[in-house]
Design a protein around this ligand. Structure first.
Ligand code: ADP
Ligand code: MG
Length: 332
C-alpha cells in the first residue's frame, strides 16, 4: 500500500530535523519555533525548483535535493549570513520510496555540512516542484547588500564561472561521458554554496550577490542598486580547464554583445547557475580579502573595477574600454 502523507513526513523528513539547540519546536506542529542569537537579525530566502527548468529531467533525487538546498544557502552566503534552518515544500507526482530515500540522502549530506536543521515544510501531490526556504542570522547591521558598492572598489568572483552553463550544454548535448563533461554536469547539479566566504566578507566587502543568472546580469544588479558602473577585464575571468576544453564545441553559447569573446568567456559572462559570489571591496582591503580567501581554501579572482559612470564596459583586445549591453537568464 502506498504511504500516506504523514508516514512520508515521519519516515523521510522528520529525521532531517537534526538537533540544534536553537530549535524549540521543529517538524510536527503547525509551525516551528526557533531562537535567534541576541543582537542578530533573521535572514530569510526562498527558491523554487521546477523539473525541466531548474534541473534536467534526468537529474537524480540526490542531486535535486542538493541543488534545492544549495541555491538557498548561496543566497544566505551572499548576505554574509550563517545558515541555521530550512523549510521544504515538496510537490510530488507520486510516492516513490527509493526516490524519497535518495532525496533525503542528498539533503542531509549538504545540511550536515552547514549545520542546517529542517524545521518544517509541506507535502502535496502534483508535478515535481521543490520549494526550499533557508533561514539564518547576521549580527545586526552586518549583512552584505547589493546597494553599497563604491567607485574604485575591486570586483571579485569566487571559483570558476561558466561551468553551470557548460554543464547544461553537456546534458542537452549528451556530452557527459568523459571527465570534463562529468565535472561540468556536476557543477550544474551540485553547486557549492560559498557560505564561509560570505561570512568572511562581512565588514570587509562593500557589496555582494550570488551569481545565478549570469555574471553580467547579476553584477548589474549591484551596479544599478549602487548607482555606479564597472569595467570588466574578460581575460581575468576564472575559467575551468574543463570549460576551456569543451566550450568551443557546444552547439550554442550564451548571447553576449560583441564578437571579441571566446566561447568559454561567453559562458562565464552570461551563462547561469554558477552560484559563485560576486563582491566588491575597497582597494585598500583587497589584499586582506585575498588572504582571507586563501585561508579558507576558496579561490577568488579580481575581474574588474567599479566606476562612477553607469553601465558595464569591457576591456577589448586593444586595451580600450567598450560599452556592452547586459543580458542574462529571465523566466518571462
Ligand atoms: P499543516 O496542515 O498544519 O500545514 P502538515 O500536515 O502539512 O501541517 O505537516 C505536518 C508537519 O510536518 C508540520 O510540522 C510540517 O511543517 C511538517 N512537514 C510537512 N511536510 C514536510 C516536508 N516535506 N519536510 C519537512 N517537514 C514537513
Ligand atoms: Mg501543510
Amino acid at each position: 500500500m502506498a504511504l500516506s502523507e504523514f508516514s512520508v513526513i515521519d519516515r523521510f523528513f522528520r529525521p532531517l530535523g537534526r538537533v540544534r539547540s536553537d530549535v524549540q519546536l521543529g517538524i510536527g506542529d503547525d509551525a516551528a519555533l526557533t531562537r535567534l542569537p541576541s543582537g542578530h537579525e533573521l535572514v530569510t530566502t526562498v527558491d523554487t525548483l521546477v523539473a525541466g527548468v531548474h534541473f534536467p529531467v534526468g537529474a537524480t533525487a540526490n542531486d535535486i535535493a542538493h541543488k534545492a538546498l544549495a541555491v538557498n544557502l548561496s543566497d544566505l552566503a551572499a548576505m554574509g549570513a550563517q545558515p541555521a534552518w530550512a523549510t521544504l515544500a515538496l510537490t510530488l507526482p507520486e510516492i516513490n520510496e527509493s526516490w524519497l530515500q535518495d532525496f533525503a540522502a542528498g539533503w542531509v549530506a549538504l545540511a550536515d555540512q552547514f549545520d542546517v536543521a529542517l524545521i518544517g515544510g509541506d507535502t502535496t501531490r502534483g508535478p515535481l516542484t521543490i520549494t526550499v526556504s533557508a533561514l539564518g542570522s547576521v549580527p545586526e547591521g552586518g549583512a552584505l547588500r547589493r546597494d553599497a558598492a563604491r567607485p574604485l572598489d575591486h570586483i571579485y568572483v569566487s571559483g570558476y564561472l561558466g561551468d553551470g552553463y557548460g554543464g547544461l550544454r553537456c546534458v542537452i548535448e549528451n556530452k557527459f561521458h568523459d571527465p570534463n563533461g562529468q565535472y561540468l554536469r556536476d557543477r550544474l547539479n551540485r553547486p557549492s554554496p560559498r557560505v564561509s566566504l560570505g561570512r568572511k566578507l562581512r565588514g570587509v566587502a562593500h557589496s555582494a550577490i550570488d551569481i545565478s543568472d549570469g555574471l553580467l546580469a547579476d553584477l548589474n544588479h549591484i551596479l544599478v542598486q549602487s548607482q555606479c558602473g564597472a569595467l570588466i577585464d574578460p581575460s581575468a575571468l576564472p575559467l575551468s580547464s574543463a570549460l576551456l576544453t569543451t566550450a568551443r564545441d557546444f552547439l550554442e553559447h550564451p548571447c553576449v554583445d560583441g564578437a571579441d569573446f571566446s566561447a568559454a568567456q561567453r559562458c562565464a559572462l552570461a551563462g547561469g547557475d554558477d552560484y559563485e559570489l560576486c563582491f566588491t571591496v575597497a582597494p585598500d582591503l583587497a589584499p586582506r580579502i585575498e588572504e582571507v580567501a586563501r585561508s579558507i581554501g576558496c579561490s577568488i579572482a579580481r575581474i574588474g573595477t567599479v566606476e562612477s559612470a553607469s553601465g558595464v564596459r569591457i576591456v577589448s583586445a586593444d586595451g580600450s574600454p567598450r560599452e556592452i549591453a547586459v543580458s542574462g537568464f529571465q523566466h518571462f
